[in-house]
Write a protein that binds this ligand. Sequence first.
Ligand code: SAH
Ligand code: SF4
Ligand code: F3S
Length: 460
Amino acid sequence: MEKSVYTHDAASAAAIAAAYDEPPLAYVRSYGCQQNVNDGEKIRGVLLDCGFGITDSAENADLILFNTCAVREHAEQRVFGNVGALKRLKEKNPRLMIGLCGCMAQQPHIVEKVRSSYPYVDLVFGVDGIDTLPALIAQRLGQKKRVLQTPVERNAVVEAVPIRRDSGFRAWLPIMYGCDNFCTYCIVPYVRGRERSRLPEDVLKEFTQLVQAGYKEITLLGQNVNSYGKGLEVPVDFADLLNMLCAVPGDYQIRFMTSHPKDASHKLIDTIAAQPKICKHLHLPVQSGSDRILHEMNRHYNVEQYLELMNYAKQRVPGITFSSDIIVGFPGETEEDFAKTLELVEHVGYMQLFTFIYSKRTGTRAALMPDPATHKEKAERMGRLLALQDKIAMQQVASMVGQTVRVLVEGAARTEGMLTGRLDNNLTVEFAAAEEMIGHYAKVSLTGARATVLTGELAK
Ligand code: SAH
Ligand code: SF4
Ligand code: F3S
């Protein structure tokens, strides 16, 4: 693994300062998963470091940057739709710089599409280019030609990148980058590169800074956190890392995602059981309830192994809740396969389910598999899955009523005077309280539920 440390690029900052009469403003919008959201926070940090201000309004910006996601076709279409809408702004303000970065920009055919069909996009760079952004902007300012980078896989870990976090009490903390699993439907390994872990001391340093800065919830991120440590010289695994972090004194809680079932170990579950600072919630994406489909997906576990792990977790961690991702309509999925998914969902009783209709991704192995089911059939299956999960989630949520729990107060609810809080198990509760409570813990008695949102009142 190649590790480098971010350095301030004074020459580019000077070039940027010279190009504008007033300090320029940047608007950054991130799509996709938490990793990408965290990258967006770093992009803002780097922009501040080279002299930009940050704005929430695209209309006022001198630089508009879309940090994109490629996981499903719909995500890509949305970005192109939004980029298309910028043409108007560019006509009004020819000096406006428009950039596209992130996972989409890591695919050669997307860069080609921008080159041929989106002449007003000035800047394209991939997921490993964040630390080079000041130089790319300076380059664009100094030449007539656009800066459209051909995607390269740097597979590096860059430490100490400046960051402008969205929240003052909840933070994302990547512990690893990339993915080596090559699930056959998934584009992520192609756009995010090979799996590489940050050094434990670098993770611990950032974690400690967050706790000292008063962060109340820190979510550790990786496409497969359970393979943390592979390839490092020090023998350390994810459970070891969790134990190390939990030793940092302070009033905070830890979440993590995503756990791949093939690598989630009993040791991990024992650690969740032993450490009060770790939330009692496991996001364990199963993707399908059919062993045949799981094999075709290259997931490396079967339903029996998955359930064994869950049972162990239920025994060791009383009250633990589960959530999952499911893909409906993977190539070749039959009605019989889908029935097994419904059966599994019914059996497990997930608190939350994130469901996706299979989307064909060019370059993945599943894109070459015969896919006879029509979109209509897949949508119909999705409807049945959602109806089942609604019923289950409502039962699960209702079963919480009567308990008094600690929540992290996250923000204002839609109803005036009401705030939302998140339980340890990832459910949301609405209750009346003063806004000063946002960003703090509160004790809430759960009094009722509206669909899957709990209602409650501050406990005496
Ligand atoms: N690394 C995580 C998930 C990353 S992507 C994991 O392994 O669980 C988030 C979710 O998007 C996946 O869990 C999967 O359910 C969904 N997904 C990924 N590729 C997809 C595709 N081509 N079509 C539909 N859903 C997809
Ligand atoms: Fe994609 Fe599978 Fe890697 Fe998750 S583990 S990012 S689904 S290839
Ligand atoms: Fe999307 Fe890239 Fe994340 S493809 S889901 S933003 S890793």
